[in-house]
Design a binder for this molecule. Structure first.
Ligand code: SAM
Length: 248
């Protein structure tokens, strides 16, 4: 999959892309991430990329011409999905990441200042994505979050073939807790079942803790999660346990 990030601060993206899983995925040719410096497409000698808002008010607005010129400098094929990162977009979720992972190309436009001139949206943008209900100084972190979350879903990017499938949200639930060595730390042990070697019992425990955590922390997710008969049984057990004072 090919990602193009359009930004005024390519150096802010480069370091993250050179670390760990994303670095390996690029070296293995599973993903390509290109950084385009929008400032290269400013058309005056001062390299202006922003201007005061029409109608007055605080802040500056990213100009339409450099952004559109940067977009038009990219190869046209395969036709990319063009996404603008914006707090006014639709929230980024695992389901959105899953859908984007099926694309061949994704262009991510990072805003700065008060945001981009509305005509960028009207002329070129297919979709607006928000990282959440908060305001960052630029679209670079959200763009990197999208590249990271989408790349994890591309076959071969993660070492273990099913590690993304077990992640939180993939099956509509939060993930179960994890433990590793040592077996005891500052008086805290590890649930016995995880040391038992009984794979069926471990799978049951993990599913139950996943349901328990979702019920406690994000109960609204349970309404949409595809739950089976065993899940209902486990939820009934959890309810019994919480009546009996189990802390989970
Ligand atoms: C300071 S913000 C602009 C905020 C804008 N004035 C508003 O209130 O909606 C500058 C840029 O950061 C990016 N940004 C900030 N918060 C974001 C979020 N939660 N999700 C996605 N992008 C965000 C966008 O690209 C935005 O154009």
């Amino acid at each position: 999959m090919i990602f193009d990030i359009l930004t005024l601060f390519p150096q802010a993206c480069a370091a993250y892309l050179k670390a760990s899983i994303l670095d390996r995925a690029q070296k293995a040719g599973l993903i390509t991430v290109r950084l385009t410096d929008v400032r290269e497409f400013s058309f005056d000698r001062h390299r202006t990329v922003d201007d005061a808002p029409y109608g007055g008010g605080d802040g500056m607005v990213m100009k339409v011409e450099p952004v559109v010129a940067a977009l038009e400098s990219l190869p046209g094929k395969p036709r990319p999905r063009i996404v603008l990162l914006s707090p006014t977009g639709t929230p980024f979720t695992q389901a959105v990441a899953q859908e984007l992972a099926g694309l061949e190309r994704l262009v991510l436009i990072c805003g700065r200042y008060e945001g981009v001139d509305e005509r960028v949206r009207k002329l070129a943008v297919d979709q607006e994505i928000s990282l959440g209900d908060f305001v960052l100084s630029g679209g670079e972190l959200p763009a990197l979050a999208v590249v990271d979350a989408v790349s994890r879903l591309i076959p071969g990017v993660l070492g273990g073939s099913d590690s993304a499938a077990a992640d939180s949200f993939s099956d509509g639930l939060l993930e179960h807790p994890h433990y590793t060595r040592p077996p005891e730390y500052r008086g805290l042990g590890v649930p016995e079942v995880l040391l038992s070697g009984n794979h069926a019992a471990i799978a049951r425990w993990r599913r139950k803790e996943s349901l328990r955590r979702t019920l406690r922390r994000r109960p609204e997710l349970l309404d949409a999660a595809p739950l089976g008969a065993q899940d209902r049984e486990l939820l009934a057990e959890i309810e019994q346990e919480s009546k009996a004072g189990h802390s989970g």
